[in-house]
Every structure is written in structure tokens, then in C-alpha cells.
Design a protein around this ligand. Sequence first.
Ligand SMILES: Cc1cc2nc3c(=O)[nH]c(=O)nc-3n(C[C@H](O)[C@H](O)[C@H](O)COP(=O)(O)OP(=O)(O)OC[C@H]3O[C@@H](n4cnc5c(N)ncnc54)[C@H](O)[C@@H]3O)c2cc1C
Ligand SMILES: NC(=O)c1ccc[n+]([C@@H]2O[C@H](COP(=O)([O-])OP(=O)(O)OC[C@H]3O[C@@H](n4cnc5c(N)ncnc54)[C@H](OP(=O)(O)O)[C@@H]3O)[C@@H](O)[C@H]2O)c1
Length: 419
Amino acid sequence: MGSCKDQEEKQAKCVFVHGPIIVGAGPSGLAVSACLSQQGVPSLILEKSDCIASLWQNKTYDRLKLHLPKQFCELPLLGFPENFPKYPTKHQFIAYIESYASHFKIQPRFKQAVQKAVFDHVSGFWKVRTQDSEYISKWLIVATGENAEPVIPEIVGIEKFNGPVVHTSEYKSGSEFRNQKVLVVGCGNSGMEVSLDLCRHNAIPHMVVRNSVHVLPREIFGFSTFGIAMALLKWLPLRLVDKVLILLANITLGSTDQLGLRRPKTGPIELKNITGKTPVLDVGALSQIKSGKIKVMEGVKEITRNGARFTDGQEKEIDSVILATGYKSNVPTWLKKCEFFTKDGMPKTPFPNGWKGENGLYTVGFTRRGLRGTAFDAVKIATDIAEQWRKFMDCNNNNNNNNSNKNSCNSHVILLGKS
Ligand SMILES: Cc1cc2nc3c(=O)[nH]c(=O)nc-3n(C[C@H](O)[C@H](O)[C@H](O)COP(=O)(O)OP(=O)(O)OC[C@H]3O[C@@H](n4cnc5c(N)ncnc54)[C@H](O)[C@@H]3O)c2cc1C
Ligand SMILES: NC(=O)c1ccc[n+]([C@@H]2O[C@H](COP(=O)([O-])OP(=O)(O)OC[C@H]3O[C@@H](n4cnc5c(N)ncnc54)[C@H](OP(=O)(O)O)[C@@H]3O)[C@@H](O)[C@H]2O)c1
């Protein structure tokens, strides 16, 4: 196997990984590692930050709670504790993920930012490069998430703005914005919830809604809207389910169009499936919009030194800008010479078949279906790799039957030394 030969990579340690390499120690990476370990397959997780579930620990706001009931957010093999509420807080979710990792004895290698991964057609191995090592394996599992990097839009004049400009991934609480006029750009779940949080801290959010958006209640008559949709989809066609959801939403919330939140023509589930655009599940922002505490604004035309001009001609003074403009995958920045992903870093093959690529490449958590999608992928990947693993081990054991130097199947990393 030719490896570690490039001049600039001379100082890199070469590490042969006995089992798959998983990139990312978020819920997806941990779930697939747990499923593999249950099938007797060792794996190694490379994580760029210094903790597991870094998105949840470092890039989410204090008041975040799961939107979906906990049974829809469980990872495989180990559910949430019984005493957790229906909608766990982010701190409870992190505690669950930590106990999940310790239950399955998962120990990622932290501070290993994967800079480049490429399949070597000559050796038939993946070469995965971090800042100080090159890891080599037959299998590469991409678990870096759909929300790896913030989307920072180009807005005319934003560089001239006098006040702070932060993305929601840096926002913790409205306490830092007390009594301020805040421009919240974007009206997805983040934009709505941050606007609500700002209201609770006596700030005055101006939320930019440049497009149509589906707002649904989180619950309808005490039942989770998501749960109702899942149940109906077992019996009814998707478009009919969408119609039922909109009817129920209109009964519970009233018409959102009058509030400046126009509904898209395509229904919420169909839109999510086609574009990935998540419907907003309302947890209180709508009543603040109705009462005028959250001000809905049309698209931003321009940011000035101390305010904003909008596409409808209005001008407002603004103290701070919060970009609730969403996230993107970072796969194209590090996975090279790979046709499996789009330029946006999502698998080209749609759900439910996007989990497996070629040459031992797998993806977990790119289904646009949140943690339920993660659980689906993780089980499929582990079953698929375990089958190959058993053949590989049988073959290895036969070849090395009397070789006293053979490597233990349980030790997942063999250090090959510096090149
Ligand atoms: C505010 C917010 C709330 C959400 N709430 C829900 C919810 O209630 N329910 C739900 O189902 N989904 C929710 N989601 C979606 C959420 O992204 C997933 O639930 C979950 O975090 C996905 O897990 P993941 O492991 O695929 O990705 P992530 O959690 O993003 O984990 C990916 C990991 O990969 C690491 N990584 C990235 N690039 C590299 C690299 N080059 N090298 C090494 N490591 C790397 C990252 O540091 C990170 O730790 C929410 C998302 C956001 C932003
Ligand atoms: N409690 C929870 O469970 C919770 C909370 C928050 C987020 N989440 C999840 O996290 C993921 C990300 O959510 P998100 O709300 O951060 O991102 P998002 O759903 O991608 O929404 C981004 C928003 O920003 C708008 N936008 C982007 N660029 C813009 C621009 N230049 N000008 C004006 N508006 C712009 C988009 O408008 P367009 O539609 O016009 O592009 C959209 O309204 C989703 O899956 C979401 O469900 C979950």
C-alpha cells in the first residue's frame, strides 16, 4: 500500500485503522459506531472539536428543546431515559448523547479535523488526512452533518454596520440584546425561536421573511403534529396528508398569510422531501407576531451604518443583526475526487438509498430527516459493513492461523510509525 509519500505530508503519522473510519462525533457518528460495535466491528471516530455532539454543546442557544417527541429522536439500541419529558431540553439531549457514548464505550479521537479524504484506487484503501496524521482504512463513513457550517449570506452594506452581526450558531440568549432593536434575518425554526427568546428578554426583534414559509403548531389537540403526520402517512397519500395538516394548522393557528407568513403552494411534507426546507413548528413565536412584539419584515435591501432598508421601502434603526440563515454541509471541502456528493455536500442518491456509496464509502445523517434519518442510516451501514467484516476476518484468520504475530480484532488502531 503506497501512503504518506507526498513531500508536504512527510511529518504525518500513518495510522492503519482496523475497521471503518467515521468522520464526526455527532449523534450520527456515535450511532453508527454503536451499531458497528454491537455487530463486533471496531471503528475509529475522528472529530475536529474537543467534545462529542459539538453542534449541540457549542452552537445552540440556551432555550433550545427538541421539536419532536423524544421517541422520534432516539438513536438505535438505547432510548431516552423514561423520566425525560416528551420534548427534552438541549441539556437533557446532550446528557443522553454522553451516556450513549459511555454505554457503548465510544472514545473518539478529538481535535482531528479531517482536511482531506481520498480513495486510493491502487491500494483499495481510503486515506484520511488530519492536521497531524494520515488514517487508512477500507471503509470511510461520512458523519459530518447537514449543519456543519453556518450559511452567511452576502447582504449589501453589512460591512458598514456599526453594531454586532452574529449567526444563530453563536447566539446563546436574548439577555445580551436586552432593550435592543434586533434584525433577525431568516424565519426557519432558528429565526422564529431566537425572535421569541429576544421577546422574552425585552428586545424588539424585526424578523425578515423574504419568502413563503409553512408554520405548523408543534401539537394539535395534545398530539404532536409530527406524530399525526407519521401516522396518517401509513394510510393516506402524502399530498392528502399535507392537506389535512394545513387544515388542522389553520384551525389551530388561524391564517398565517395575514401575518406576513405566506404558505408555499407545495405542502409541508412534500416541500421538505423535495427541497429539504423544514416547516416551522411553532412554540410561541406566532402569538408574539400576532401581538406585534415580533415585527415581520419583507426582504432586506440594504444594511446601513445603524439600520436597514427593506424591499418594501421601509427603513428601521437597528442595534444588532442576527443571521438565522441556516447551515450547510462541509463535505466538498475535505472529501476529494468523489462523485457521490452534490456540490452542496449532500448525497446525490435520495433517501432511503443515500447511505451507501462506492469503494467502502458510507454516509450517515444526510437524509434531511433529522435524528430519525440518522437511526435508519446507522443500522443499514452497520449491517452492511458487518457482513464484509465477517468475511474479511474469516479470511484473515484462515491465512494467519498459526501466525503468532497476528493483530487482535479488538484493537482498532495499529500505529505504523512516521513516514
Ligand atoms: C439548532 C438546531 C436544532 C436541531 N434540533 C433538532 C431536533 O430537535 N431533532 C432532530 O432530529 N434534528 C435536529 N437538528 C438537526 C441536527 O443537525 C441533528 O439532529 C443532529 O445534530 C445531526 O447529527 P450529525 O451527527 O449528523 O451532525 P452534527 O451534530 O452536526 O455532528 C457532526 C460532527 O462532525 C464534526 N465534523 C465536521 N466536520 C469535520 C471534519 N472535517 N473533521 C472532523 N470532524 C468534523 C463536527 O464537529 C460535529 O461534531 C437541529 C439542528 C440545529 C442546528
Ligand atoms: N427546536 C428545534 O428542534 C430546532 C430549532 C432550530 C433549528 N432546528 C433545525 O435546524 C435546522 C436549521 O434550521 P435554521 O432555521 O437554522 O435554518 P433554515 O431552516 O435553513 O432556515 C434559514 C432561513 O434563512 C432564510 N435566509 C437565508 N438567507 C437569507 C437571506 N439572504 N435573506 C433573508 N433570509 C434568508 C431562509 O429563507 P428562504 O426560505 O427564503 O431561503 C430561511 O427562512 C433545521 O433542520 C431546523 O429544523 C431545529
